[in-house]
Structure formats: structure tokens, C-alpha cells
Design a protein around this ligand. Sequence first.
Ligand SMILES: Cc1ncc(COP(=O)(O)O)c(C=O)c1O
Length: 419
Amino acid sequence: MELKNNHLYLGGLPATQLIEEYGSPLYVYEEETIRNRYKDFAENISYPHLRIYYACKANSNLAILRVLKEEGAWIDVSSPGEVFLVLKAGFPPEKILFTSESVPTEEIEFLIHRGILINISSLSQLVRYGDLAQCKKQDAGCKISLRINPDVGAGQHKHVITGGRKSHFGIFIDQLDEIQSVLTRLKGIQVSGIHCHIGSGITEGRQFLEVMEILCGFAMEFPSLEFVNFGGGFGVPYKRDESPLDMKALGRELTLYFEGFCSQYGKTLSLALEPGRYLVAESGFLLAKVNTIKRTPRYKFVGVNTGFNHLVRPMAYGAYHEILNASRVEGEGEPVVVTGNLCESGDLFTQNEEGIEERWIPQIEEGDVLAILNAGAYGYSMSSNYDGRLKPMEIMVKEGKVQVIRKRETLEDLLRGME
Ligand SMILES: Cc1ncc(COP(=O)(O)O)c(C=O)c1O
């Protein structure tokens, strides 16, 4: 992202020109940002046996998957649909790890048949896996990973905390004996990985290190491990005054700690991490046009042609996304409330956990293009057709060139599967 003559440029092109050519609303991703984020993450962790599983729930567009595959990523998936997409993008089955909750038996079968490693998240799932896999000996088909709830959770909002006693994710850490007794009974299953993911949007390195210590203690109980996976959750700054995660320091400490653990364990294991947001959030911009400006005695409302059906984070978590006027980025502003075009009072892009929030944005007129920043993660991947609205087009930009990576939907798409 660059500012030239007070205009917003993405991948070397003016945002307003992109809207003129490709229509609105429009998701724009800067390819270089994705590559740089990946390199930044990988290069700051010097541990040589590193697996970076991109958590593709953050954004599963094929073009983005291919960029991350080229960079060397492994891949974290959470549904057969994501398995389908990442195989299409060219990820080999051995680089895929499946983690989900409330997993039905048909999904376990689906994964076994495709040779995809399952991160088992409940005792029930473990038993059902054992019955299906019928492991006679320890071979590739009978390797599993275990998702553990380490009794610690963290994250930017209560809805994204996935560890601790109130959380239903993973097998609770005090159930070691139950796990061992199921494994003894089933025979032939090799626990090749121990995993946890405590939440999303974490910006303090300390929280990763605390959980690492707990999980490594648990991992000592499993002698045939190949990796320990500490999950994702690496936060990015959404507000200008927020400090980014110190990846340099965190990478150094993760490496140091894990090296120490491996020498205690008696074998060199791979260190696995599952960043989603960190790799793609900052690459993405949701561009939308201002349709309607109106007032009440209390607020000035700026209505755009997108809504929480395209970016749900403000509505779901009161999440902050910076908003720029693409053709007057800087200048005198006034407090406005940016609203979507859906039939719900919560369809606001400027809100916090308490509700409506005003934002100073330089003079906005009808017809202007607004850019909602940091929309690359959990934007399109959480979108819907609510209110019969079509999903936006997605493009990827790089050095003045545009690649259409998802066509705009048409009204016909609304009929798919219906008579
Ligand atoms: C199992 C698992 N791993 C990784 C992630 C990625 O989290 P983030 O995007 O915060 O890095 C998630 C997100 O929900 C997850 O559920």
C-alpha cells in the first residue's frame, strides 16, 4: 500500500481505478505482502526443522494458497472442503494437517482414504479413528496428532479463545491417562504430533512461550513424536498505535526453548506453527463505494455497498478495521459512522464491543471509494449471501498487474442447488 498525491495505491495501481475497472465491492490482495509476511515469519525462527502450516480458514482462495505453497508452507485445514481446495492448489497430502471439532465418522474416513494426518480433538474421535483405521502395524496410515487443551487460552475476543476450562477445543490436558488407555487398547496407533491452539489475535510473545512450556511437558509422555505444534494465533496490529508482535524476539525464544526440549526428549523433532491471520491479514483490502450519506441529530452515516456479509469481523467481535477514503486519504475529517447495506442495525464497519463508534475520515462524498484495511484474513472466507447480496470479486495485484482470482458472483449463483 502506498499513498501518492493523497490517493491510495495498491500493488502500484490507484484503488479508484481498480474499482472503475473491476466494479465494487472488491477484495484486493497485494501478493508481495503475503510473500513478505511469510518470509518474515519463517526467517525470524531459525530452528532448522520448522513446519509452517498456513491456517487456510483465514483465506482459502486458490491463488493465495498457491503463493504460500510456493513460499514453502505446509497447510492446516478444518473441513473436507478445505482439503479439496488445498489439494487443488497442489499441496501434497503429507503436508496437510486436519484439525476440527465435532468431527463426524464420515470425515475421519474421508481423511484416512486420502492419507491426511488427523489432529484428533476428542477421546470419542480417537476411538472412532482407531476402529476405522484398523492399524496392524505402525505405518503412515496409523499416525495421528493429538490436539490438547492446555488449560490456557488467549485471544483478542472471547469468541476466538480456544483454550482453557470454558473451551470445548481439544482433549483437556488432565486426560492423559484416558488417552493412554485408549491407545493401549487400540494398538498400532503412532502419536506423531502433539498440538494446541489457544486462540487468535495474540500480540504478546509471552503467551506463546507459556503454553509451549506446558505442551512440551505433556509431549514428554509420547515417545514416538515427529513434531510438536503450538498452533496459530499470531496477531497483527489493526490500529495504527498498536505494536506488532516482536517476531524477532519470539522466534529467538521459541527456537531456544524448543532446542532445549528436544535435547531433553532425546530426539530432534520438528517445530510446527499454524499462522493464519499473520500471513494474510495485511495483504487484503475491501474496497467499497459510498452510496448514501445521511444524518440523524446524533450521527452522520456514510452508507457503502458492502456489509457484514463480506466482512463480518466488526459485527462479530466489534473488531477495528482502519478505513481510508481512497481518493482523499489525508485531510480535514469529520466524525462519521460507516454503515453497510444489510437489514440489520449491527451492520456497521465502525463499532466496538459496546456498539456504534464514530471515526474521523477525510471529507466523504457520495461516489467516493472507501478502503477497509487488514481485510485479508477472515474476510472473504467468512462471507455469505445474506440478504441475497452477491459476494465480491477478488483480485491479486503486483507491480501494476492485476490477476482476477475470483469472478464476481451473478444472480444465477443464488440459484445454485435450487429448482
Ligand atoms: C486449529 C487452528 N490453527 C490455527 C488457526 C489460525 O489462527 P490465526 O489466524 O489467529 O493464526 C486457527 C484459527 O482459528 C485454528 O483454529
